[in-house]
Write a protein that binds this ligand. Sequence first.
Ligand SMILES: C[S@@+](CC[C@H](N)C(=O)[O-])C[C@H]1O[C@@H](n2cnc3c(N)ncnc32)[C@H](O)[C@@H]1O
Length: 294
Amino acid sequence: MDPTKRPSPGPSASAGAPVLGASDFALFRELISRRSGVRVAESKQLLLQNRLGRRLQALGLPSFQAYYRYLRTAEGEARELGHFWSVVTTHETHFFREEQHFAALEQAVLPELTGAERRPRTLRLWSAGCSTGQEAYSLAMVVDGFLQRRPGYRYEVVGTDIDEHALATGRAGIYPLASRVEVPARHLVRHVDLGPQTLQIRAALRQHVTFAWQNFAEARALRPACDVVFCRNAMMYLEREVRVHLLQVFWESLAPDGVLVVGAAESLHGLPRRFAPHRVGKTLLHRKVAEVHE
Ligand SMILES: C[S@@+](CC[C@H](N)C(=O)[O-])C[C@H]1O[C@@H](n2cnc3c(N)ncnc32)[C@H](O)[C@@H]1O
């Protein structure tokens, strides 16, 4: 969950709405952490009450305990868990968020991956924790533009997330029209259709991007191996144990000269050394280390 700076006040009952008490809050925190690795801060009681409250209302359930019990039934697992992850995770994202990472990809990583000594092949990029897909499409736009100068190369981008609803938005590639200002003009002209209220990513770009459900806590290495992993603004919400697991998954998923990009506010400090910092101008990327020394 997104830690906001402001500590939340304790939950308060509004117009008879169910209140998420301390013991129920603890149950949900434990469930979220155990199943997804997402750490819910102590201060998020009211936020969780509001978000889960929407699901209680949709299902017509009288209390948070009833909702908790429902989630643990086979029917709840099958029909509600998707909605649950959708409301408990934070999906903030936009096209070309932390633009410096896309500039480093274009100016340093892609030239290296396609150097004169290399044979044309398919480049593979992974947007892990892709939310509604803007990161995956931003990657595709950059690679597509770059490869116009590298005939013979192809590319694929895969976006993964725990939230099926976010993935569905990604697959459709339809976003509010206002988000056009986030896309550089050269990419907008080539890859985006503008409608009166929305914009849509053109099919020619969408065909390079696939979306798949994945829970970081249970993630397995991606095959075939990929060249670049973007996992930004997601790891910071995870329990250390899941971050360690994920780092190993990224290490196994990446080709020998593969690069990992984490959010500008994130760091791999204190985690097992699977990647070495790699500076491109003012931007820090992480290069896979050949051998792991514990
Ligand atoms: C704040 S968004 C970041 C989106 C994008 N990477 C960016 O930087 O703009 C974090 C995403 O991570 C996903 N996420 C959180 N916990 C996850 C987990 N355990 N497994 C997979 N995805 C998870 C959330 O659903 C959310 O879409």
